[in-house]
Design a protein around this ligand. Structure first.
Ligand SMILES: Cc1cc2nc3c(=O)[nH]c(=O)nc-3n(C[C@H](O)[C@H](O)[C@H](O)COP(=O)(O)OP(=O)(O)OC[C@H]3O[C@@H](n4cnc5c(N)ncnc54)[C@H](O)[C@@H]3O)c2cc1C
Length: 547
């Protein structure tokens, strides 16, 4: 187990450190991967660009940030002691609480000694002579590793919009995913928020409470359902903890990694009044369970429209100004095909005197000026500009690293027409490289923690298998990758997702190929497929010995 040496004076031609595995990223995925690899006895180095562990929950410190899957589900299940001893205070934990949890995990399992913070991996190349990866970091160091595991996150590469004049803005500028650690005081300020996706929906009500004026610049209205967040009830907690293992097991077998009570009927076979009552009941319950009101909400355009129209009716009932309500009402894409938002007081915020909705579809943003923002029809003076503009999702964190596989082939070239993987965990031509929640796996269509744990465990078992049998190298075959891509595309075509211009299909990034990146077949079925592949001695992979 050697240390990684730094070479700050310039490029090092040969790696000067050597470890069994490098893991990139120290969020939920990287921390658990490290834990599992250490238990196998591997020397591991984790590189994390941030100044602390936590990933998403280290970076996204904007007011209102919280998870939208119940915390007792949105947490690790691998340690029975941890899940029994940890107590969440709210149904949906806030960012500070989730970050505390992940810091606790890093301490509890003694992970920190293997994590190098404030270090960005800039490049990695597979060396065919040694069957090892050479990984370079932004401090000029390089290391050789037998395995390279990308725990870089699906939503970690921030997207800054290409707006004319952005750099010239004289006020304060923030991106929700790079929020200042000390917080921001908007008291007395004129604030503009660009973006009304999941982060925008969370940050807007919080800023509205503080700012003197808030302008919300909306291009595409979102569908949002109320969170109904509340302090965690002791009775619910003890009920969950009494059956935690069984609950987790059931969750793993579901579509989305969360147990939802799905009405097996079609929305269209139910009389309108009963349908309305069912949607209302889910609306009162809060959370993404709304999508499960009927079995075909995410499969039939017509069924989906009944759910969409219910949400629009709720917007009209909440927002006093009918023109504002109409502007907030999503049309032209099915509900749930852009990430369903979960909010606390989002639509109510637009009844506030100090909040103005600006429809930038109708009147596009022309430029950011020194003093604010100008649309085609008006100018807005701003002290602060908040970009809630999301991420180059799923692939951004991977393609921002100069990754080269066999023959020096860059990943960006292999993925020029969209990401291609085998099971979302491996890439042909990139041996001994694993992607946790990579494109082609359920990832963002699921409770991320369920998907992360499944991938980490599968990868750890795979590495143990290779080591026990003396294999030095594992690589997805081109045929297996081709087959998986074809299968994932076929599954995607049976859903409504391709109908929306969403980040799920890369539509938020100019020039990004349009491909549904997450696997839409559900985590339960996906897990079975991964288990079968392993049980067949890693079917679809070629395994080879050293030399
Ligand atoms: C605001 C917000 C709320 C969310 N809420 C939910 C939710 O309720 N439910 C849900 O299922 N999912 C949610 N997600 C998705 C969330 O990203 C996952 O749940 C989970 O945190 C992902 O963990 P991860 O470890 O895979 O990735 P991340 O937490 O994104 O961690 C990846 C880490 O890799 C580091 N990294 C990336 N590239 C490099 C590099 N080249 N060198 C070094 N380090 C690098 C990053 O700095 C980052 O810290 C949310 C995402 C956001 C942004």
């Amino acid at each position: 187990m050697s240390d990684v040496q730094s070479n700050r004076s310039g490029d090092s031609p040969a790696p000067r450190g050597r470890v069994d595995a490098v893991v990139v990223g120290a969020g939920f995925a990287g921390l658990y991967m490290l834990y599992r690899l250490r238990r196998l006895g591997l020397s591991v180095r984790v590189y994390e660009a941030g100044g602390g562990v936590g990933g998403t929950w280290y970076w996204n410190r904007y007011p209102g940030a919280r998870c939208d899957i119940a915390s007792m589900d949105y947490s690790y299940s691998f340690s029975p002691e941890l899940q029994q001893e940890w107590t969440w205070t709210e149904r949906y934990a806030t960012q500070p609480e989730i970050l505390r949890y992940l810091e606790h995990v890093a301490d509890r399992f003694e992970l920190r000694a293997h994590i190098q913070l404030r270090t960005r991996v800039t490049a990695a190349a597979f060396d065919e002579a040694t069957d090892r990866w050479v990984i370079r970091t932004d401090d000029g160091a390089s290391v050789s590793a037998g395995f390279l595991i990308m725990a870089t996150g699906c939503l970690s590469a921030a997207k800054v919009p290409d707006l004319e004049g952005l750099e010239a803005f004289r006020g304060e500028r923030y991106h929700t995913s790079h929020w200042p650690h000390g917080g921001v005081d908007f008291t007395g300020k004129r604030v503009g928020v660009i973006g009304t996706g999941s982060s925008g929906v969370q940050v807007i009500p919080a800023i509205a409470e503080q700012a003197a004026r808030l302008f919300v610049f909306q291009r595409t209205p979102c569908f949002s359902v109320p969170a109904r967040n509340a302090p965690l009830e002791a009775a619910y907690e003890s009920r969950m903890k009494a059956n935690y293992a069984e609950h987790r097991q059931r969750a793993r077998e579901t579509r989305a990694g969360v147990i939802m009570d799905v009405d097996p009927r079609s929305a269209l076979e139910v009389p309108p009044e009963e349908r309305e009552r069912a949607y209302q009941a889910r609306w009162e319950q809060g959370g993404t369970g709304f999508l499960a009101t009927f079995s075909d909400v995410m499969r039939s355009r017509e069924a989906n429209e009944t759910a969409a129209e219910f949400v629009r009716s709720r917007i009209r009932a909440t927002v006093r100004d009918p023109d504002v309500a109409e502007a907030l009402s999503p049309r032209g894409y099915p509900l749930g095909t852009r990430r369903l938002c979960v909010d606390t007081g989002y639509y109510e915020t637009f009844n506030r005197e100090n909040v103005t909705l600006v429809d930038v579809k109708a009147s596009p943003i022309e430029e950011i000026t020194k003093a604010g923002l100008r649309t085609r029809s008006a100018e807005y003076a701003l002290d602060s500009l908040v970009l809630a503009t999301g991420f180059d999702a799923m692939t951004g964190a991977l393609t921002r690293i100069e990754l080269r596989g066999r023959g020096g082939e860059p990943l960006t070239a292999r993925w020029a027409d969209g990401p291609r993987t085998y099971l979302g965990v491996a890439i042909a031509g990139f041996p001994n490289l694993f992607t946790i929640t990579g494109p082609g796996s359920p990832s963002v269509f699921s409770n991320a923690i369920v998907s992360i744990e499944q991938h980490v465990e599968w990868i750890a078992e795979c590495i143990a298998y290779l080591r026990e049998r003396g294999f030095a190298c594992i690589e997805a075959t081109a045929e297996a990758e081709e087959g998986w891509v074809a299968h994932a595309n076929e599954v995607a075509e049976g859903t409504l997702y391709p109908l929306a211009s969403s980040w799920y299909v890369g539509a938020n990034i100019p020039g990004k190929p349009r491909v549904l990146m997450p696997y839409a077949g559900g985590v339960g079925a996906y897990r079975k497929r991964c288990e079968a592949v392993a049980a067949q001695g890693y079917e679809g992979f070629s395994l080879s010995r050293a030399g």
